[in-house]
Design a protein around this ligand. Structure first.
Ligand code: ADP
Length: 327
């Protein structure tokens, strides 16, 4: 049985997402409120392995709630994938007496946390920090709302120029395995088609629909594609459309990393603050090795081993909405 948690380390790991700073701030300040000693572990598990661990006081997290990125930095750490690497990381925590961890990241980071806490009996709490929103056990992930709003703002601008020239734009948004950014931003911008990894893309149907629309003199079309769509990204889709509709004026825009940056939205700051606070409460009240989520506006705790296995699933009704609204 782990000792009472008195010294807590916090790290951000894997892909960065806006709102991670707000979560770090909430973890540090809640821990200090409970008289815990707080530590920031730099560059995710790399800092644990390479012994880059710094004490954190209330001032060290001042003026960061509104900043994108992560002041703790993040990385992917291959050494932590090995038992030898994790043993070194454990020694570095032990040196300082750190006996509780908060890991802010995606499901890969949770896998690492789960393995580590099983091996060393150090309780770990996961906070879902990912723009992809593909983690089960929470309605929100830290960063998704900001990323999707960035995508919406960009797509609105693209629609203006598409409209001016009667063009077909294919916009690629992030989402290697998950189509949430594409689905949410596509519906919010009135996209005619949304292509996501979770549903099969029928390119012949797509070309047929576009051809029918052009006969009706609907010349402006916006297609939002998730980068991980099983058919291929925006370039591939555009290539096929150009071949089959030679007269169409087709353009591609890949939004890329702008979706990861920028000031977090109010929603992301709020959920990051609530989750960060709850993470420390969990460590102190003995609710160990869970991911903190929010479901129906209440805090929700999912065992880490479930959180790494389960994926959030797309509601098929959302896809129906896209079809009905795009006329
Ligand atoms: P994300 O957390 O965004 O999904 P990754 O999948 O890259 O990002 O995972 C982040 C880090 O978590 C990895 O670089 C590695 O250090 C650690 N990690 C991931 N999977 C495992 C695993 N099976 N065992 C140990 N550590 C892992």
């Amino acid at each position: 049985m782990a000792d009472k948690v008195t010294k807590i380390g916090v790290l951000t790991s894997g892909g960065d997402s806006p709102g991670m700073n707000a979560a770090v701030r909430a973890v540090v300040r809640t821990g200090l409120y409970h008289n815990c000693e707080m530590f920031g572990i730099l560059r995710g598990y790399s800092g644990m392995y390479e012994d880059e661990i710094i004490p954190m006081d209330g001032r060290s997290v001042a003026n960061i709630i509104q900043r994108g990125g992560t002041i703790l930095k993040t990385s992917r750490c291959k050494e932590f994938m090995t038992a030898e690497g994790r043993a070194i990381a454990y020694q570095n925590l032990q040196k300082r007496g750190i006996n509780g961890l908060v890991v802010i990241g995606g499901d890969g980071s949770f896998k690492g946390a789960q393995i580590f806490s099983n091996e060393y009996d150090i309780p770990c709490i996961g906070l879902p920090g990912t723009i992809d929103k593909d983690i089960a056990g929470t309605d929100f992930t830290i960063g998704f709302d900001t990323a999707v709003n960035t995508a919406v703002e960009a797509i609105d601008k693209i629609r203006d120029t598409a409209d001016a020239h009667d063009r077909l734009f294919i916009v690629e948004v992030m989402g290697r395995d998950a189509g949430y950014i594409a689905l949410h931003s596509g519906i919010a911008t009135g996209a005619e088609n949304i292509l996501i990894p979770e549903s099969k893309t029928n390119i012949d149907d797509l070309v047929h629909t576009l051809t029918e629309k052009s006969k009706r003199k609907k010349l402006v079309n916006l297609i939002v594609v998730a980068e991980g769509d099983e058919y291929g990204g925006a370039e591939k889709v555009s290539q096929v459309i150009k071949e089959q509709m030679p007269t169409a004026d087709v353009r591609v825009c890949i939004l890329g990393h702008i979706q990861r940056g920028g000031a977090p939205t109010c929603l992301d700051r709020l959920i990051a603050s609530r989750m960060g606070y709850s993470a420390v409460e969990c460590l102190l009240n003995g609710t160990h090795n869970v991911m903190v989520g929010i479901v129906n506006n209440h805090m929700h705790y999912t065992p880490l081993d479930h959180a790494v296995k389960e994926k959030q699933t797309i509601d098929p009704e959302w896809l129906k909405i896209v079809k009905i609204l795009a006329r």
